[in-house]
Design a protein around this ligand. Structure first.
Ligand code: SF4
Ligand code: SF4
Length: 108
């Protein structure tokens, strides 16, 4: 889930708070990079063996709400670096959104 979340972004950038797709995309994502990444996140939400967030299926354990409707990140302020860097509106974002049917091929 990107950090931008609507404010200050153009109208073509999707709203992460009604999406959440990238937070329910893969059980192997998001990973933690380095010892201090994710500092402050409760231990029960971290898979220390694999240095990534704990997940339920493909869904990150920190994701709250219903994807495609209303979502939030319970550790937003401490979220991993890869979550901060994932850009809403990027090609990867669009790919995820198409996977979930949140937008069609070629949609803005
Ligand atoms: S897939 Fe894109 S729009 Fe959806 S939560 Fe992730 S960054 Fe935001
Ligand atoms: S830590 Fe937060 S922003 Fe990152 S995948 Fe999980 S719910 Fe999404």
């Amino acid at each position: 889930m990107a950090s931008g979340k609507g404010s200050g972004l153009s109208g073509s950038v999707p709203d992460c708070l009604v999406c959440g797709g990238c937070c329910a995309w893969s059980e192997t994502w998001p990973v933690l990079i380095g010892a201090r990444d994710g500092e402050g996140i409760p231990d029960e939400l971290i898979d220390f063996d694999n240095m990534r967030m704990q997940s339920w299926g493909h869904r990150c354990a920190a994701l709250e709400g219903e994807i495609g409707c209303r979502v939030g990140c319970s550790v937003y302020r401490e979220r991993p670096l890869v979550c901060r860097e994932f850009q809403a509106g990027s090609e990867d974002c669009r790919m995820v959104r198409r996977h979930f049917g949140f937008e069609t091929v070629g949609a803005e």
